[in-house]
Design a protein around this ligand. Structure first.
Ligand code: GCU
Length: 677
């Protein structure tokens, strides 16, 4: 059944199969020696891939012959050592690979080569992708090294099986049956992640429970680590700062206390005895009620460094989140993270990443990039994206996030002059001891298709591809995904891609255009609630609507958020005339009659965007309907029915927001919403 379980690893007979068999793949034999777990995993994948995609038998041969596919490392295939490309192999990183057509001892071959077994596995996935996406196999000379070193999923999975803000069912970790019962799904999860280069996974929620570090739970986690290891995926855990108190029998978690420090050292030693390749800890501290070093008058750096010290002998890493804000109405939430962390630049141990979210509030449909990118030159930074659509329609709305990720990664911070994009900041190894990282909060759950919405898979996929190379274009990634997920047929592709590439802007239009943010339902984060008001924390803090104006003054004369950016970015945001329209109400407080670039006044412009958003959802429905009969029934119906739901939701957003705003603006919905001349 086409329920989406296979994700993008659908090894169905590929269109243009004959195109490949004419490349002599038909009688191609494979030389693939090696008995390590990772090489066996790679071989299984190659076997399943080639026989499925091309409907040809997979035959292995030990002696070199013409037209062979040779796969391995110089250890598993000593032949590689004598080749001209041997120097190139030595130039690969631990996870890199080469795919090349070459002549070995007079025989024409294709080689998939790496220095490590994991590199071989990655190379095999890439080779299969070439076929899945109908690329030429002529003149292959592909050299790939990942641009970022730690490419990590951050599951927000609770130990009771629920997922924080999870919209695709429950957690896929069946803790009760672990470690002995290992579901097939764990292996498929590892395959999918390895196919896009993800090499780490934090198993549990940042809103942590201390018991995840208790011996019985560590043993369970080790069961997952065993499944993931052959696929190059390391297991990480969140560490609750109060664990020494909660499960360690101490009466404090004070980082200054030698007993506390010893507790963490012993705990880490125990973890490594069970999970020898344990990745490290992810920590949410002094944020939204979580305990942390500030409870003891210590800084984030003091807390992080204590854990780093314990992990260091084993090569473990700390990801210390920068998602902090004072829960007080008079303090602008946007400026908190920078203000708390910027002064600590340079104070973190060498195996600590500070991890800000992509933007300074909280995974909104659109935010300017977080000013800590460019603001902490001496600290390795890990960027946290949200793949799960907490504020982007949950799993019910079709929103391709590749474009959002790209927009953030390509934003120029001007840290070292023009061209210092967020992507470059992440890759700036000079001052950060050669480590780099990116994290994504996944949308993975127990739904048959993993992500709830079929198109949610594209967001998982896009995150992985961008983690491998943050400068890949979101359009190229969308195309690869669509080819692998649906078809190489041009008429299918052009429709699917049109939808994907417009979908995020469409979502912004019908929910939070022009820099509006955080006006979603207070509890569920789904649907509109710009009218939410309560004594502590309210949507009114985010839009500050009055009968005259809307938006928040975050300029130098306002809360000063614009001053956290390097110039000319800061100046651009600060000046209402230069500020990109999509961030207008984020940085500025704007009167309803303000004249926009379009010639409309602000009110009309806002109305225009909300109406446009709904219209675009209808366009997406029309485009999708053209796929009727061109793709399988099940997936067609699945998306078609979700699009109907999305249309209703878009109308709800539009009408809910505009009716509320209108109570203040007292202006009519203009009759003609077309672009004025
Ligand atoms: C958001 C989200 C929470 C989450 C938090 C975090 O506020 O709604 O559920 O715990 O982010 O990232 O820590």
């Amino acid at each position: 059944a086409e329920n989406g379980y296979e994700l993008w690893l659908r090894y169905k007979l590929v269109s243009k199969g004959e195109f490949y068999t004419s490349y002599c793949l038909k009688n191609r034999k494979v030389m693939f020696p090696g008995e390590t777990e990772s090489l066996i995993a790679a071989k299984k994948e190659l076997q399943a891939g080639l026989s499925g995609l091309l409907n040809i038998p997979y035959t292995e041969e030990e002696t070199l012959e013409d037209n062979m596919l040779i796969v391995g490392t110089p250890q598993s295939v000593p032949l590689f050592k004598e080749q001209a490309f041997h120097a190139e192999i030595n130039g690969l990183s631990d996870e890199g690979y080469l795919i090349l057509n070459c002549t070995i001892k007079g025989k024409k071959t294709t080689a998939i080569v790496a220095r490590t077994d994991i590199g071989v596995l990655y190379g095999v996935f890439h080779y299969l992708r070439l076929i899945q996406t109908n690329q030429s196999l002529d003149k292959l000379h592909i050299k790939e090294n990942p641009k970022l070193k730690y490419r990590v999923l951050n599951h927000w999975d609770n130990l009771n099986g629920t997922v924080e803000r999870g919209y695709a069912g429950y957690s896929i970790w069946n803790w009760e049956r672990l470690p002995s019962y290992k579901e097939q799904r764990y292996t498929d999860y590892a395959r999918a992640n390895a196919s896009i280069g993800i090499n780490g996974t934090v198993l549990n929620n940042v809103n942590a429970q201390a018991k995840s570090l208790r011996t019985d739970w560590l043993v369970k986690a080790s069961g997952l680590a065993d499944v993931f290891r052959p696929y190059g995926i390391k297991v990480y855990l969140t560490a609750k700062f109060s664990a020494p108190k909660e499960i360690g029998g101490l009466n404090t978690a004070d980082p200054k206390d030698p007993q506390v420090r010893k507790w963490w050292k012993d705990k880490v030693e125990e973890i490594y005895s069970l999970i020898p390749d344990f990745g490290g800890f992810l920590v949410k501290a002094n944020s939204e009620g979580q305990p942390g070093p500030q409870d003891y008058g210590c800084s984030h750096a003091d807390g992080a460094n204590m854990l780093a010290e314990a992990l260091k002998p084993y090569g473990g890493i700390v990801f210390w989140r920068a998602f902090v804000y004072q829960n007080e109405r008079h303090v602008d939430r946007v400026i908190n993270g920078y203000n708390e962390f910027k002064p600590l630049d340079g104070e973190f141990a060498e195996n600590v990443f500070v991890q800000p979210k992509n933007g300074p509030i909280d995974f909104q449909p659109r935010e300017p990039f977080h000013p800590l990118f460019g603001g902490m030159p001496y600290t390795p930074l890990s960027l946290e994206f949200q793949i799960t659509q907490e504020n982007l329609g949950h799993a019910g709305h079709l929103v391709y996030l590749g474009t959002l990720f790209e927009e953030v990664l390509q934003s120029d911070t001007y840290e070292n002059g023009k061209g210092s994009t967020v992507s470059k900041v992440l890759q700036n190894y000079q001052k950060t001891h050669g480590i780099s990282a990116i994290a994504g909060v996944p949308n993975i759950g127990t739904d048959l298709n993993w992500t709830g919405h079929l198109f949610g898979q594209a967001n998982w996929y896009a995150f992985g591809r961008l983690a491998w190379n943050p400068d890949t274009s979101s359009g190229k990634i969308a195309e690869d995904w669509a080819r692998m997920t649906f078809s190489n047929d041009k008429s299918v592709l052009s429709l699917v891609l049109k939808i994907m590439m417009m979908s995020r802007e469409t979502y912004v239009n019908y929910t939070m255009p022009l820099g509006l943010n955080h006006i979603m339902n207070y509890d569920t984060h789904n649907g509109p609630e710009p009218w939410h008001d309560d004594p502590v924390w309210t949507a009114f803090d985010y839009h500050k609507i009055t009968k005259d104006s809307i938006g928040v003054n975050r300029t130098a004369k306002g809360t000063g958020a614009t001053r956290q950016y390097h110039n000319p970015v800061g100046e651009m945001f600060d000046d209402i005339k230069q500020c990109p329209q999509e961030y207008l109400l984020w940085f500025h407080r704007v009167p309803w009659n303000y004249k926009m670039a379009s010639g409309r006044n602000l009110w009309d412009e806002l109305v225009y965007h909300y109406y446009k958003g709904v219209d675009e959802v209808r366009q997406i429905q029309t485009i999708w309907n053209e796929l009727d009969g061109k793709i399988d029934r099940e997936r067609f119906e699945h998306v078609a029915s979700l699009l109907k739901y999305q249309e209703q939701e878009a109308i709800w957003w539009r009408d809910g927001c505009l009716l509320f705003f209108q109570e203040y603006s007292r202006l009519p919905i203009p009759a003609n919403l077309e672009q004025p001349k």
